[in-house]
Design a protein around this ligand. Structure first.
Ligand SMILES: Nc1ncnc2c1ncn2[C@@H]1O[C@H](COP(=O)(O)OP(=O)(O)O)[C@@H](O)[C@H]1O
Ligand SMILES: O=C(CO)[C@@H](O)[C@H](O)COP(=O)(O)O
Length: 494
């Protein structure tokens, strides 16, 4: 049995996977608190993740009805780009700034100017650094919290930190590291010179974790943590990875051919590539995968956070919200929402705010507002998919995951707006599943057993025929008109 953990933005999800049968035996989850402040601050206490890790793990074990002693390996998936700073004693120095924090947008621009803009950044790193990537958070810490900056001994990403807590070892793997903004995706090495620009004394470079391959284990679980979580003290901890990298594994997207789309707090679309073919579009991030290759990806910063905001505003539960989305017609009778509540990465509008267009006294209804937020967020994903298609991603087979994929109405809207068939894996918590699968792969490697990641995915990733959606030509055509209206509004903001 293997334990997969996904430390997402809104919460931690855990699952217990039996890799012999490919069945998920139990799942658990626990919510995180978000610290929001002026200027786009979005932070979380790392201790909150540990608490959620424990609650979600215990719930998953209980549902699975298996003892923690049966867990042979643990894989950890984490929200990308967050910055966790530790002092020399391994204590967390301040709350982690998250991927959706835009407080360091000015620092990102300073770094981008140094790199020679998007094209210079693409040439040097293979990605165009965006607000939210880790690197600008370091510059921000230097300029706003020099006392914290002076004590930095370890720079970790969220999943690296959880691996450190589990094992006592600081290390990183290529997938998550490639989203830091101080990593070269072509050579798969840290860009230490960029860090020396921020800190000429070299302390940041010394604080970098060692890089390990995706199929390696970080180490064994520490006895005190095994006891706290009720797990096998002999369990090994896998390299893990960023949540999108783990979502790729959990949807079997480990060879060219498929597209994964995630409807989480963020919206992401990505496809595996066996070469780092860097797209000329700066909004396409050619990250590394956590399976040995690359993962060209687009990310929108406003997805279920935006649908959740409208839902809460109207005082609706998830089912009532879904029913209202289904009640309104395509195009929400003219109501168009640009859902950029938190600035936006794709389309690249870091300073944008959200807006509603086309309101009249006839169409201002709860159903139209619900429909407009789902359509508006999905148009952002279509905008990103167009960029990926334009970068040479040819596949049309979409595997849909994340919280929003639980909604049948949203699945159909995705199929119609993308003009592509949508398949849902049995487990929409694909990042946690991918983490458990990767754990089985790493443990097998550690023991010298010849088990391929592909064979594990073949056994453990199954599609749910009942939850697929086919595009309908007429509906797709109707959406195309609304999508062009969305693009026009975006153009006006650029
Ligand atoms: N049936 C549904 N319809 C729409 N949204 C849903 C549904 N089920 C869950 N969600 C939304 O999914 C979100 C959580 O998605 P998840 O992928 O777990 O996010 P993250 O990994 O970023 O924490 C929540 O905001 C929740 O409101
Ligand atoms: O920033 C990105 C990808 O570049 C986000 O996708 C984060 O990785 C957060 O993921 P979720 O919490 O939405 O799953």
């Amino acid at each position: 049995m293997y334990l997969g953990i996904d430390c997402g933005t809104q919460g931690t999800k855990a699952l217990v996977l039996d890799t012999q049968s490919g069945r998920v035996l139990g799942e658990g989850s626990a919510a995180h608190q978000l610290i929001s402040g002026a200027n786009g601050r979005r932070e979380q206490e790392a201790s909150d993740w540990l608490q959620a890790f424990e609650l979600a793990t215990r719930a998953a074990l209980e549902q699975a009805g298996v003892p923690g002693s049966a867990i042979l390996g643990i894989g950890v998936s984490g929200q990308q780009h967050g910055l966790v700073l530790l002092d020399a004693q391994g204590e967390v120095l301040r709350p982690a700034k998250l991927w959706c924090d835009t407080e360091s947008a000015a620092e990102n621009q300073q770094l981008l100017d140094f790199l020679g803009g998007d094209s210079g950044s693409l040439e040097r790193l293979g990605v165009a650094i965006a607000p939210g990537y880790t690197v600008s958070k370091l510059l921000w810490t230097r300029d706003h919290h020099p006392e914290v900056f002076a004590r930095i001994a370890h720079i970790l990403l969220p999943h690296d930190y959880l691996n450190y807590w589990l094992t006592g070892r600081c290390c990183a793997e290529y997938g998550d590291a490639s989203g830091s903004g101080y990593f070269n995706v072509r050579t798969r090495t840290w860009d230490t010179e960029l860090l020396e620009l921020i800190d000429p004394d070299g302390a940041l470079v010394r604080a970098l974790p060692e890089l390990i391959e995706a199929d390696r284990c970080v180490g064994s679980i520490r006895p005190e943590v095994a006891e706290r979580l009720g797990l096998n003290p002999g369990a090994l901890v896998a390299s893990g990875g960023g949540d999108n990298m783990m979502g790729a594994i959990g949807t079997g997207n480990i060879a060219p051919g498929a597209i994964t789309m995630s409807l989480g707090t963020s919206g992401t679309v990505y496809a595996y590539a066996d070469q780092p073919r860097v797209s000329p579009h700066p909004q396409v991030a050619t990250f590394c995968s956590s399976s040995g290759g690359w993962l060209p990806l687009i990310c929108t910063m406003n997805l279920t956070n935006a649908s959740g905001a409208i839902r809460e505003l109207l005082g609706l539960d998830i089912d009532a919200f879904g029913a209202l989305v289904g009640e309104a017609p395509i195009g929400a009778q003219g109501v168009l929402m640009l859902p950029f509540l938190n600035g936006e990465r794709v389309p690249a509008l870091p300073l944008a705010s959200g807006s509603l267009h086309g309101l009249t006294s006839d169409n201002l209804t709860r159903a139209n507002l619900c429909r407009a937020v789902v359509e508006g967020t999905t148009f952002g994903l279509r905008y990103g998919l167009d960029l990926l298609r334009d970068s040479g991603i040819r596949s049309d087979a979409i595997r849909l995951i994340g919280g929003g994929a639980k909604s049948a109405t949203w699945r159909q809207i995705v199929a119609d707006i993308m003009g592509a068939p949508v398949a849902c894996p049995q487990h929409t918590e694909a990042a946690a599943l991918g983490a458990a699968i990767q754990a089985a792969w790493c443990v097998a490697r550690e023991r010298g057993q010849a088990v391929s990641l592909q064979s594990l995915c073949d056994t453990c990733v199954t599609l749910d025929e009942q939850r697929g959606a086919q595009p309908d030509a007429q509906r797709s055509q109707a959406y195309e008109v609304v999508y062009q209206r969305y693009r026009e509004q975006v153009r006006q903001l650029q």
